[in-house]
Design a protein around this ligand. Sequence first.
Ligand code: NDP
Length: 258
Amino acid sequence: NSRWSLAGKTALVTGGTRGIGCAVVEELAGLGAVVHTCSRNEAELNQQLQEWSSKGFTVTGSVCDMSSRPQREQLMENVSSLFSGKLNILVNNVGTNYPKPTIEYTPEDYSMIMSTNLESSYHMCQLAHPLLKASGYGSIVFISSVAGLVHTSIGSIYSATKGAMNQLTKNLACEWAVDNIRSNSVAPWVIKTSLIEKLKQIIDGDKFTSDVESRTPLKRLGEANEVSSLVAFLCMPAASYITGQTITVDGGFSVNGF
Ligand code: NDP
């Protein structure tokens, strides 16, 4: 049934070599999409591309630092020539975080987190718009965070970028509906990825994990493929009337009042 398939759709997933991005690449490709992805580490990218090809997935990749405007422009040029100017799916996944108390953040921290998380996603939407429109059926998915909905102790700049993404989701949903482009935001809670491993080295990792487990009704951290399934659904014809939404994947965390 084509309502529950991505056969023949073209997709760009930023940051696909690890974690949530990697799960999204595999989910979309497994449902029949042709996927392009990127990361900064060329060796890791090539290794993943080989692995995907051995699994029978159609995935290509470019080395790109998403915090660089010229590199984003180059990436979209690659995508445009690969997919003949037509893109169905843009997943803005790249994001980073350095948790610190607010008064300790430097101007450099601020620019780095803002440009990697928010400015890059904003610019990718601008660059992708003509391709999404040309495809006749476009879907943008932002990988946001529960940290953009409620306070969490993992950094105010990161949270501000995710909160802004949730608003941008609404603006683009309305502004680009005329072009048959939908825009939605997926907000995960703590998912087992390399980003969380890095975070746990900066803060008290064991306390963090047990605090998260005790506050999360399902009493565990999430898996990357528990996020990618929602991303894929939002891109399907089955989700054709869903736009402008921020949907959490959080084991019940954000509705657990006490
Ligand atoms: P990981 O750090 O595990 O993976 C990030 C991926 O993006 C890697 O492939 C990495 O490759 C790539 N990447 C990172 N920075 C850049 C860059 N500047 N340019 C290009 N590629 C880049 O992260 P997660 O999977 O955990 O996170 C993915 C998204 O999900 C982020 O937006 C994050 O904020 C969000 N999220 C994660 C949660 C979690 O608990 N894990 C919870 C809520 C949201 P390389 O380093 O080689 O470039």
